[in-house]
Design a binder for this molecule. Structure first.
Ligand code: SRM
Ligand code: SF4
Length: 583
């Protein structure tokens, strides 16, 4: 195979001719960056690898507009678009078909580096999805501090990408399938008196490394457009590890150098999947905490992953497998040498010792002091991360009124309003948007820490419905018990663990279950495996094996009782004396 694979327009099958008037010049494809040995392995690789070689997914960045124009002109309909395009290639644009659950509808996954989004962008999202109605047109905050829009048509998705690129310095490109995902940073960046590193410029620089084509200045970077698998990067700003470095392919853990400079110890390979769940391993390296050095490190890790990662077995293609194949020590040497080979003056040093003094992880929900005495950060609970159009507009309005239009998303699927003047707090807490509906500043220790993946309403891989069930069940649990500290209950619809159940205090993962029906026969019902005792923050650990298996969850009162029981046995919860009004 030629090293520079030809880009082919899907609609007319002619090389390098795009119908999109905005594509002014031909661009390199993802495949064109692969060395011959990698191409050979990809050719003999799994179906996705072969599909990527046949039709380069990075060309979907312009095919999207071509499809949209043809659909609008009535010369193409969804059924005529090839399966690989609909189900795989379009994922490079961040637009994912949800046909299995919602025929004719797509989901759009954004990239929101460090989870920081502006009020006007939220309004654009709300305006885009409003026409799809209350059920389909919703917005989800994800477990990567990101946003997904639902109910879209392909055509509207294409329009939105143009608007995002032109006016919002934002893209959905390269947010799904074999791409590096949204870069997670500290939600308290720049606000916090205990901060070691402001993660914002670093998250933005990594986002640009991944998703900005330096040759053309366009969004979508083909250099990282043919990875063997998904790739996650997280940067922590302090000892709280709000970014969960230990479950990311690259985790940047802030530690001051003995000589006083600030930087990160590098951990790699953390991930969750059906086949295996692994905590990161330390690389023994330290990188200075500036965008220039950190992007060199990420580039080296991505380059070696792209060219050497497993192209045969997708269950063994995440970074951890490559690190283990090479051996941590050899892998670490290779990364250091690669960074030095760039000749940019970046040198990776030996990992630095962690501070060991007592440290209590801070809370994100509720009203908290900031480094600046006159300002407060206010964390708001969004049940299961789901926002209706109306709620999204409320969030934008609150941000405009109290936090200079800025909203910070968290991996717990909530948001923070930063820099709220202390003397505005009373007014903010009385806002109807925070007192009359689902959004709450003080949701309590039972409902508040809940996280839920997408589940069967939209996700084709789900075994159970999650978000709506989780919200109802956790309200019931809240009516049964109160807990002295937040108890993190996570729900995930299948073993892919997008809802990170192994990191939860109590985690429910969709699984088969049975119970006797009225005739005394066993019948299949919605169920879950329940994990217990995952920890987060400094020294966080995953609960690798389920504590209970195949527990029926179809009876919501019953499963609420099971969760309340686990809270009492393990997290100091006690029976509620007074039942909250809303249940
Ligand atoms: Fe995930 C696949 C949703 C975070 C592990 N994930 C999917 C897909 C794309 C499946 C599909 O094809 O439809 C889901 C889309 C459903 C939908 O309509 O929303 C999906 N994942 C999500 C989100 C939306 C869950 C949420 O409700 O927040 C999260 C989006 C994050 C983002 O903004 O990019 C999400 N997924 C995660 C995480 C958590 C994290 O990143 O910290 C994990 C575990 C960590 C990891 O990746 O190591 C995760 N998702 C997976 C996997 C298993 C990966 C593997 O190596 O096998 C899959 C399946 C796959 O890739 O083959 C998957
Ligand atoms: Fe879908 Fe499973 Fe991920 Fe939930 S955990 S979003 S059900 S893939």
């Amino acid at each position: 195979m030629a090293r520079l694979a030809a880009a082919v327009c899907l609609s007319c099958a002619s090389a390098m001719v795009y119908h999109n008037p905005t594509a002014v010049q031909s661009r390199r494809t993802g495949t064109s960056f692969l060395p011959d040995s990698t191409l050979e392995r990809a050719e003999a690789g799994n179906k996705i690898e072969q599909g990527k070689l046949k039709k380069d997914p990075t060309n979907a960045w312009t095919d999207l507009y071509d499809f949209a124009a043809k659909i609008r002109a009535g010369t193409l309909d969804y059924s005529e678009i090839e399966d690989f395009d609909i189900n795989s290639r379009l994922k490079w644009t961040g637009i994912l078909s949800r046909f299995r659950r919602t025929p004719g509808r797509f989901m759009m996954r954004l990239r929101i580096p460090n989870g920081i989004v502006k009020a006007d962008t939220l309004r654009l999202f709300a305006d885009t999805i409003e026409p799809y109605g209350d059920e389909l047109g919703v917005m989800d905050i994800t477990t990567r501090q990101n946003i997904q829009l639902r109910g879209l048509t392909l055509e509207d998705g294409a329009d939105l990408t143009k608007a995002l690129h032109a006016d919002h310095n934002m893209t959905s490109f390269q947010s799904a399938l074999d791409n590096a995902r949204n870069v997670v940073g500290s939600p308290l960046a720049g606000l916090d008196d205990l901060e070691l590193v402001d993660t914002r410029p670093i998250a933005n620089a990594i986002n640009d490394l991944i998703s900005l084509d330096k040759e053309t200045g366009e969004r979508g970077n083909p250099q990282w457009g043919n990875l063997p698998r998904k790739f996650n990067i997280a940067i922590s700003g302090g000892r709280d590890d709000f970014a969960h470095t230990y479950i990311n392919d690259i985790g940047l853990d802030p530690v001051p150098h003995q000589d006083g400079r600030i930087g990160f110890n590098v951990v790699v390979g953390g991930y969750m999947s059906i086949k295996r769940v692994a905590e990161s391993v330390p690389l023994g390296l330290w990188v200075p905490a500036d965008p220039y050095s950190v992007t060199a490190l990420c580039e080296a890790i991505l380059r070696i992953f792209r060219d050497e990662g497993n192209r045969k077995d997708r269950q063994k293609a995440r970074l951890m497998w490559l690190v283990e194949d090479m051996g941590v020590e050899e892998y670490s040497k290779a990364i250091k040498a690669e960074v030095e080979s760039y000749g940019r003056g970046v040198v990776l040093e030996e990992a630095q010792p962690h501070e060991t003094g007592a440290f209590e992880r801070r809370e994100l929900l509720g009203v908290h002091a900031q480094a600046d005495e006159g300002l407060r950060r206010v964390g708001v609970h969004v049940p299961a991360g789901r926002l209706s159009v109306e709620e999204a507009r409320h969030v934008a309005d609150l941000a405009d009124r109290y936090s200079e239009g800025e909203v910070r998303l968290t991996v717990e699927q909530n948001f923070i309003l930063p820099n709220v003047p202390a003397d505005s707090i009373d007014a903010l807490l009385q806002e109807p948007a925070l007192t009359m509906g689902r959004l709450a500043v003080d949701p309590g220790n039972v409902k508040g820490p809940m996280v839920s993946c997408t589940g069967a309403q939209f996700c084709p891989l789900a075994i159970i419905e999650t978000k709506t069930v989780a919200e109802r069940v956790m309200a019931k649990v809240d009516a049964l018990v109160e807990a002295p500290k937040p108890v993190r209950v996570h729900w995930t619809g299948c073993p892919n663990s997008c809802g990170q159940v192994q990191a939860a205090d109590i985690g429910l993962m969709g699984a088969p279950a049975k119970r006797k029906n009225d005739e005394g026969k066993m019948k299949a019902v919605a169920g879950a495996n329940i994990f217990l005792g995952g920890t987060i923050g400094e020294g966080g650990h995953l609960a690798l094996d389920p504590h209970m298996k195949n527990v029926p969850i179809d009876d919501e009162d019953e499963i609420a009782g099971v969760i309340a029981g686990l809270m009492k046995e393990n997290f100091g919860a006690v029976d509620r004396v007074e039942v909250p009004k809303e249940v």
